[in-house]
Design a protein around this ligand. Structure first.
Ligand SMILES: [Zn+2]
Ligand SMILES: [Zn+2]
Length: 242
């Protein structure tokens, strides 16, 4: 947790001087994270989508519509949105940030996320932003919660306060990598507990995480908050697996 204050301060001032992906020198203005070529490889998630989970339908003639998965199993969150696809230069940058503990990359990704225009998200209706918590053991290993860094940038940009005290991770789960959606659901079930119900009941909350893979983590967080009395829970992630 020690690094969090530090991160939130420096995210305002530090910008990479070289492209996060290819290390080519960047012009000093406008501030960018990637050179034009690498930026061109990023898939920004815009266009027709499922209004609930946010999955993109490329070239859909029918516009926005519920996806099969949300029709079959209605999630606990009202909407989940992501800025970019989790692949290529974004995947590498997120790994540098989380596992390589690269501060500059984290600050740059936070800026990329907060600059993204989530067209159908009304920030003004939310009472608080809730970063998806790490288990205390994982937090100590990593030294920071990547979701909190991203949440702080979004909160500052959209004027929504951050509250990381509402949700705790009580169970140290195995990595979700390599598990299918069912196994992920079982692995994460009961992993979170809500605290301070008086700050949850009747409130509109927005969860923030780095990556949306199958949605099981976000859904479990949303379930925990809704069962504790939240009126509405939405989610924003930096990236999404397509
Ligand atoms: Zn580049
Ligand atoms: Zn959906």
């Amino acid at each position: 947790m020690i690094l969090n204050g530090f991160f939130s301060e420096i995210s305002d001032v530090i910008f990479p001087t070289v492209c996060l992906a290819c290390l080519r020198v960047l012009p000093s203005s406008p501030p960018e994270c990637f050179c034009p070529e690498c930026r061109g490889q990023i898939t920004f998630l815009t266009g027709s989508h499922c209004p609930v989970c946010g999955i993109i339908f490329p070239d859909s003639p029918s516009g926005d519509h519920l996806c099969g998965s949300c029709m079959e199993n209605k999630p606990w969150f009202t909407s989940a949105r992501a800025a970019v696809a989790y692949d290529g230069v974004i995947l590498d940058a997120i790994h540098q940030f989380k596992y390589g503990r690269n501060i500059t990359t984290g600050a740059a990704l936070a800026r990329l996320l907060s600059d993204f225009d989530f067209e159908d998200l009304e920030w003004g209706i939310f009472n608080a932003i809730v970063p998806v918590p790490l288990h205390i053991k994982r937090l100590r290993e990593r030294g920071f919660n990547q979701s909190l860094i991203l949440a702080r940038a979004l909160g500052k940009k959209h004027g929504v306060p951050i509250d990381f005290s509402l949700l705790k991770r009580s169970k140290l789960t195995l990595t979700q990598t390599g598990l299918d959606k069912n196994e992920r659901g079982k692995n994460i079930s009961g992993a979170f507990i809500a605290s301070l119900p008086e700050k949850i009941q009747g409130r509109n909350l927005i969860l923030v995480d780095d990556v949306y893979t199958t949605g099981t983590t976000i859904n479990e967080c949303a379930k925990t908050l809704v069962q504790a009395g939240a009126k509405r829970v939405a989610a924003v992630t930096l990236a999404r697996v397509l």
